[in-house]
Design a binder for this molecule. Sequence first.
Ligand code: ZN
Length: 98
Amino acid sequence: MPWPNCDICEKPAFMVAASPMGPISLAYCEECLDAKRENWNVLVGGLIGYEKGTEADWVKPIIEATLKFYNKTEDELWAEVKTTTEEYYSTMKGEIEG
Ligand SMILES: [Zn+2]
């Protein structure tokens, strides 16, 4: 298997590790790992069900580093989390009601 590229910046990865954001492993380069960056979609997925200000303290440096890397604002992140949360719950509801 070829060595993967970083799931965040796509440079050659330094290691594959469990993401702190959920049950998923990601490839990280040393720079992203040191900076505490996360893959954007993984960060959004990990924040499902949360609203701005309700996230755990340990997530805050991850959010900050990730926003900086993707050049996005906190409002953009939370808007996407809101949309993803709504989609997630409507999918769940559909599955329960059949
Ligand atoms: Zn990287």
